[in-house]
Write a protein that binds this ligand. Structure first.
Ligand code: URA
Length: 237
């Protein structure tokens, strides 16, 4: 029979594993979700190869929602005074600028609904990056952004940070469109330490919000233990 303890030692070990990796401490621009037992349970479900597509959708959506909320915590705010229905004034805050989402196709599209749930009528751009057959380097195939993207904070969406190649290309394209590095927040469910090191080395001012930092990459650039191919799990292809 399974133990009914809340198993604080497992959660504690996970927490430790997610502040340092075999490549050293996490870069200071990386923020993980609070490594709670609940979060670990959600990840256990989506990592399990026996999990049904319906459950994969449901539980990955729950994690995506947490990640988007955490991403929004990183947006700057300005003072805002309002009047409440009691006639009192309240000195609060409001978001400083406008945001948009940019999903890296096609897996990143799975994160759009989670963003829309918390940011009503948010503008969403898309970017398609694939490996160039000749050079083996990530190549831009398609992009469509809101026309005023240079004035917005960008939540860049891609569920898996493996080598970091696509994400770095996406940041390069966003910066070519006038988005400053420090206005980009990259949100993903699982990161490989190798990808984090490369990505954060190149773009130290992009904040990375990740749910979990895994052990590493295998020879096929899959994250280990990971969850397999996110697109396949999500779309059953
Ligand atoms: N993309 C995935 O879907 N899974 C991985 O493990 C790595 C990249």
């Amino acid at each position: 029979m399974a133990s009914t303890s809340t198993n604080p030692s497992a959660a504690q070990a996970a927490r430790q594993a997610n502040t340092s990796t075999h490549l050293g401490a996490l870069p200071s621009s990386v923020y993980t979700l609070p490594q709670t037992a609940q979060l670990e349970a959600l990840y256990t479900i989506i990592r399990d190869k026996e999990t049904s597509r319906g459950d994969f959708l449901f539980y990955s959506d729950r994690i995506i929602r947490l990640l988007v909320e955490e991403g929004l915590n990183h947006l700057p705010v300005v003072n805002r005074t309002i009047e409440t229905p009691t006639g009192a004034t309240y000195d609060g805050v409001g978001f400083e600028g406008k945001i948009c989402g940019v999903s890296i196709l096609r897996a990143g599209e799975a994160m759009e609904a989670g963003l829309r749930e918390v940011c009503r009528s948010v503008r969403i751009g898309k970017i398609l990056i694939q490996r160039d057959e000749e050079t083996a380097l990530p190549k831009l195939f398609y992009s469509k952004f809101p026309p005023d993207i240079a004035k917005r904070y960008v939540l860049l969406l891609d569920p898996m940070l493996a080598t970091g190649g696509s994400a770095m290309k996406a940041v390069e394209v966003l910066m070519e469109h006038g988005v400053p590095e420090e206005r980009i927040i990259f949100i993903n469910l699982i990161s490989a330490p190798e990808g984090l090191k490369t990505f954060c080395g190149k773009y130290p001012n992009v904040r990375v919000i990740t749910g979990w930092v895994d052990q590493g990459l295998n020879e096929k650039a899959f994250i280990i233990p990971g969850l397999g191919d996110f697109g396949e799990r999500r779309y059953c292809t």
